[in-house]
Design a protein around this ligand. Structure first.
Ligand SMILES: [Zn+2]
Length: 250
């Protein structure tokens, strides 16, 4: 079983933001404890007394208004924490890969970016699992943060199972509806939040600070970065790795 933990970054309604991002990390069940433990170790460093109170949420860390982040007076130190959360993936087995979909909202004025991103990632995850299934069929489960879009995503996943998505690509490798968890209790959901944030900053603000920490972890096959999707209609010569590797592969 492979678990795809997803979280979102960027607001659908905020007109000051051009992008909405859904992104996260795919972890085989055998590596879930290892990865959670790496993040627990980092939480222990931040607050050795009550590490369970430390919740990694990238935007909150950056703003530094709440405890324990307001103890880190310098912004550089808070940026370092966000990067260290992302860098827990360094040294992980190569079968831990990341996925993200960045939607340029104005390119698709009549579509719901949340639905679009979820549909895109479900399909990518399904293809990933199918490609893994050489000797034995591999199954996947999508894990989402409870606070983000529970009802709309759940009903969407149900209709995917019943009808397949718009490409007619049935998501047979993915289990039932997504599992919703409380991000406060799930370290890997917190890591998913950071991955979504890294991708959001890359596309929305051209800020590569965080993206560079994880770029090499996106699911790739045959020189194409299948794990990352940049959905936009305004630049057909875009040189981001998602667009560039697909164009080069044609
Ligand atoms: Zn692009």
């Amino acid at each position: 079983m492979h678990l795809l933990y997803l979280d979102d970054s960027g607001s659908v309604l905020n007109r000051n933001e051009e992008y909405f991002v859904l992104g996260g990390v795919c972890v085989p069940e055998t590596s879930v404890r290892w990865l959670s433990h790496k993040l627990d170790e980092l939480a222990c460093e931040i607050d050795p007394q009550v590490p369970t109170q430390v919740e990694f949420h990238a935007a909150t860390i950056y703003n530094g208004r709440d405890d324990p982040w307001k103890q880190l007076k310098r912004r550089e130190d808070r940026i370092t924490v966000i990067k260290r959360v992302l860098l827990t993936l360094e040294g992980a087995f190569s079968d831990i890969v990341i996925f993200a979909c960045a939607i340029h909202k104005a390119s698709y004025p009549n579509q719901d970016p949340v639905m679009m991103a979820f549909e895109d990632l479900s399909s990518r995850f399904n293809i990933y699992l199918r490609n893994l299934s050489v000797d034995k069929k591999q199954y996947g489960l999508i894990v989402l943060d409870k606070s983000s879009y529970e009802s709309s995503l759940q009903s969407l996943a149900r209709s995917f199972r019943a009808q397949g998505n718009r490409w007619g690509d049935y998501l047979k490798s993915i289990c039932e509806v997504p599992l919703f968890v409380d991000s406060r209790a799930s370290r890997i959901t917190q890591l998913a939040d950071h991955i979504a944030y890294a991708v959001f900053r890359r596309y929305n603000a051209n800020d590569l600070t965080y993206f560079n920490c994880v770029e090499g972890r996106f699911y790739q096959d045959g020189g194409v970065m299948h794990g990352l999707a940049h959905r936009q209609t305004y630049n057909d010569r875009c040189t981001c790795p998602a667009c560039l590797t697909r164009r080069n592969a044609r």
